[in-house]
Design a protein around this ligand. Structure first.
Ligand SMILES: Cc1cc2nc3c(=O)[nH]c(=O)nc-3n(C[C@H](O)[C@H](O)[C@H](O)COP(=O)(O)OP(=O)(O)OC[C@H]3O[C@@H](n4cnc5c(N)ncnc54)[C@H](O)[C@@H]3O)c2cc1C
Length: 353
C-alpha cells in the first residue's frame, strides 16, 4: 500500500523546511525528501538579515512587509520549539568617506529609513577598527543560526534522508507517485541543485558561490556585526564568521586559498587586530537573474511546483514567501507577479522548440 501525503517537498534547506512548516500548519500532510550527503547553502550561510543592501545602502526589496514578518516568525518558532536560533543584532557599517556620509544621510531621509538606520557620528570607538568618518547602525537586523534552526524545525516535520531520483517520479493525472509515496503535488526546494531539475531548468538562475571563514580575534571584541565590503559576525562561542566572497564562474563546494586571501585582505582594511583562522566553508547561493525568488507550479504539469531562488537572502525571504506560496496552494490566492515563475513563460516556450 502506498503512503499517502498531500505534498512531497524535495530539499530540507531553509526553503523546504519553512514551506513544509506552513503547509502542515494549514492541515496538509507533508513528506520532505532531502539528502544530508548533498550540499546545502543553508548549512554554510552566515544567516544575516539586514534592512539595507548593496554598496549604496539601498532599502532592501519589500522591507516593510518582510522585516516585521520574519522577526515574528522566528521568535514564535523559538517559543514553539523551545530553542534559540534568532540573534537580533545591530549591523555597524563604517562610512568610507565624508562624501559617503553626506550622501547616505540625505538618502536616509529620502527613503524614510529612520526606523531601520541611525547615524553614529563617533562610531564604535574601538581602537582596532578603521572608522575615521563614523558610520551607521541598523535596527531590525541580526542573524539566524540556520543549522540550529533546521535541526529544531526538523523535529516537527516528516523527513526521509535520501537522494531523490527524479527518474522515479511518475506524474498521474492529478497526483504524483514516487516509490512508495503518493501525493497531490510535489514541490522542489532544491537550492542550487534545482538548476539541474528537468521541470524547471528553463528558469534564469544565476548561482553564485560564496566562501566564509571562522576566525578568532586576539585582543578585541565586537558585539555588533561589522559590515564594509566584508562582514564580521560575532558568534556565541566568542569566534566570528568572516565573509563572504562572490564567484559566478566556479560553482563547486570546494574552499580555495584565493577566497581566503581575499577575505583576509578585506578584513585587514577594516580591523587591525591579530587573528587566527579556525576553518573555512563554501556553498552556492541559489540566486536568480532578476534577484527575485521562483514560486509557482509548472506551466503544464500543475502537480509539480518550485520554491527556490532565495539568492543571498534566504533568512529574510523564506518565511514571507513560504506563507504566500502556501496561501496560493491551499486557497488559490494569486501569486505576487514579481515572484511568480509565469513571468518567464516565454523562456519555457523557447526551451520547447
Ligand atoms: C557563503 C554564503 C553566505 C551566505 N550568507 C547569507 C546570509 O548572511 N543571509 C542569508 O539570508 N543568506 C545567506 N546565504 C544564502 C542562503 O544560504 C540561501 O539563500 C539559502 O540557504 C537557500 O536555501 P534553500 O533551502 O533554497 O537551498 P539549500 O540550503 O541549498 O537547500 C536545498 C536542499 O535540497 C537538497 N536537495 C537538492 N536536490 C536533492 C535531491 N535530488 N535529493 C535530496 N535532496 C536534495 C540539498 O541537499 C539541500 O539540503 C549565504 C550563502 C552562502 C553560500
Amino acid at each position: 500500500m502506498p503512503q499517502k501525503f498531500d505534498y512531497i517537498l524535495v530539499g530540507q534547506g531553509i526553503a523546504g523546511s519553512i514551506l513544509g512548516y506552513f503547509l502542515q500548519k494549514a492541515g496538509q500532510k507533508v513528506c520532505i525528501i532531502s539528502a544530508s550527503t548533498l550540499p546545502s547553502s543553508s548549512q554554510v550561510a552566515a544567516g544575516i538579515y539586514n534592512p539595507v543592501t548593496g554598496k549604496r545602502l539601498s532599502k532592501t526589496w519589500m522591507l516593510d512587509e518582510i522585516s516585521e514578518f520574519l522577526e515574528h516568525f522566528y521568535r514564535n518558532l523559538e517559543e514553539e520549539l523551545s530553542a534559540k536560533f534568532l540573534y537580533e543584532k545591530p549591523i555597524y557599517r563604517p562610512f568610507r568617506s565624508i562624501a559617503e556620509q553626506n550622501d547616505f544621510t540625505a538618502r536616509t531621509a529620502e527613503y524614510n529609513m529612520g526606523d531601520y538606520i541611525q547615524t553614529k557620528t563617533k562610531g564604535l570607538q574601538n581602537p582596532y577598527l578603521h572608522e575615521p568618518f563614523g558610520g551607521l547602525v541598523t535596527s531590525h537586523s541580526g542573524w539566524l543560526d540556520i543549522p540550529v534552526f533546521l535541526e529544531n524545525i526538523s523535529k516537527v516535520l516528516t523527513i526521509r534522508d535520501e537522494i531523490f531520483e527524479i527518474e522515479q517520479l511518475c506524474l498521474e493525472e492529478n497526483s504524483v507517485k514516487y516509490q512508495d509515496i503518493e501525493a497531490k503535488k510535489i514541490i522542489f526546494c532544491q537550492g542550487f541543485l534545482g538548476t539541474k531539475n528537468p521541470y524547471f531548468n528553463w528558469l534564469p538562475f544565476l548561482p553564485v558561490k560564496g566562501e566564509i571563514l571562522n576566525i578568532s580575534l586576539v585582543n578585541t571584541y565586537f558585539d555588533e556585526i561589522l559590515n564594509q565590503g566584508i562582514f564580521l559576525m560575532p558568534l556565541p562561542d566568542g569566534s566570528y564568521k568572516l565573509g563572504a566572497t562572490y564567484n559566478w564562474e566556479c560553482l563547486d563546494n570546494q574552499t580555495t586559498k584565493e577566497a581566503k586571501d581575499e577575505l583576509i585582505d578585506k578584513f585587514k582594511g577594516v580591523v587591525s587586530d591579530e587573528f587566527t583562522c579556525n576553518f573555512q566553508q563554501a556553498g552556492v547561493r541559489p540566486a536568480t537573474k532578476d534577484r527575485r525568488p521562483f514560486l509557482g507550479l509548472h506551466p503544464v504539469h500543475k502537480q509539480v511546483g518550485i520554491f527556490n531562488g532565495l539568492g543571498t537572502k534566504g533568512v529574510s525571504l523564506a518565511p514571507y514567501w513560504a506563507k504566500h506560496f502556501t496561501e496560493h496552494l491551499i486557497h488559490q490566492k494569486e501569486l505576487h507577479s514579481e515572484v511568480n515563475i509565469n513571468r518567464f513563460y516565454p523562456l519555457y516556450l523557447e526551451k520547447l522548440v
